[in-house]
Design a protein around this ligand. Sequence first.
Ligand SMILES: *Cc1c(COP(=O)(O)O)cnc(C)c1O
Length: 577
Amino acid sequence: MMCEHACAKETQAMLKEFIRNERIAYFSMEIALQNDIPTYSGGLGVLSGDTLRSAADLEMPMVAITLVHRLGYFRQSIDDHGGQQEQADPWAPEKYAAPLPAKVAVTIENRDVWVGGWLYILEGHMGGRQPVLLLDTDLDENTAEDRQITDRLYGGDACYRLKQEIVLGIGGVRLLNALDFNVRQYHLNEGHSALLVLELLRRHAYPAADLRQGESPYDVPSVRELCNFTTHTPVEAGQDKFPYDLVSRILDDFVDSETLKGLAGRDQLNMTSLAMNMSDYVNGVAKRHAEVSRRMFPGYRVRAITNGVHPHTWASIPLRKLYDAHFPGWCHESEQLVRADCCIPKDDLWQAHVEAKKALIALIQERCGITLDAELPILGFARRMAAYKRPDLLFHDLARLREIARRRPFQIVLAGKAHPRDEAGKQMIQLLHEHIRELADAIPIVFLPNYDMDIAFKLVSGSDVWLNTPLRPFEASGTSGMKAAFNGVPNLSVLDGWWVEGCIEGVTGWAVGNNDESDNGEDAISLYRKLDEVVLPLYHEDRDGWISVMQRAISKNASIFNSHRMMRRYASDAYIR
Ligand SMILES: *Cc1c(COP(=O)(O)O)cnc(C)c1O
């Protein structure tokens, strides 16, 4: 096509700005670029997006690589029985991104699969720009089946996933090269992109003639120096693994098989092991998560860089105005928020919060036709609906919950998607809807369908308390609670992930349960006791005390748990070494 050719030329010109200097290549299976681009499923994608938004604000030289996911993750609706319905969520890359002027081939099942893509430019609100490559196999050269490889985020079976990961890891490195990017370091955000190290090994192979018996055919240390790996899940099932018969059918002898088994596991190809073994710098996403990862992978040095959220993106508009007035520069240096507890007048903070709460109430009215009361506290709970997140803990004892609400009324807002093949997660959604019906005469509860960045933005700023009750130690970090803190919304959460570092009891929020093994019964009792004896009395009977907690959530949590701090740590600890 004429246009394609002309557009590609324009993209070439746009790329010039980005290929001049050395960059960090950031690989992630999902990136939340903006709300109307459905290339993310949850926390991992939002974190990748916040990573790039901070990199843009801080003018760090990066380039991100992900798949185009033309059909998105999925669009969620809820049927009359509380069942999750899933629809494809297609989007048009040509509306947001420019076609790349290069394509490369990867070998899948012994045939060439061509990988092209799109240049999306993430523009920060302070003028910084970051290039994002959206890899796409929907090209004329490919078979009908191969054209669908980059369609669905976390869709299909193991075979489909392996093909996607070949495109991401191997295709990604080749495309960076074809476009003349000058890569200083690779950052593997979770294990999905770990096959990129195999492409790097091939590029660092010793000439066969120089090899002696038993020596590795690859310069492994040189490749390791190039790689950084961030692990995100302490859940075994969350780690990608592929049987070797599948790997050899799809990928053939891409690298020497003894080398591969030595790096990725004897029994099956474990992407986490491959990434761990091939990265000089490995980190977990909170201090507790790094400890848990060290126990899971003994003998590895796993550092901790605690996650953060992007300041400007996650502060509500009224809160942004308040921060602008009191701390000009907070968008670049969020540490300034440390003074929030002394410098932001209580009335102003409360007014700004009430404004954000009204925006949430309006959204609920619009989407669900239910009007919540702005005078009463709203408990917010929203995240991926997975069993370990225990969205049902709050409903462990309905009689007790009724009794608490009779003394001091409150309202609840819920949201979250379950992965289409996660039956336990879908059952949770159904169960939540049953509880909503059972409690209809006592507690107003709404479930907002199709949780996305926009809903998250309104929820974390418009709720009064942000609830998180995961099963320890499976919450690697959690980030929605940090978004709440940016809005002066205190957390009531299980001590896991970031909250181990963020919670100062009664000062920044409250802990649920103790620090030991989780027990549903005991955790529920602790949650009810905190609500009944501490949180609701403070909200209803000591507004001044309540606003003090809000101020300190900002000064002691938001000043630390932001993605600018996180990216400066990646720069100093991982990228420059
Ligand atoms: C922040 C966010 C998440 C992650 O929430 P957690 O509390 O970390 O589980 C998931 N989905 C969306 C849309 C988000 O904005």
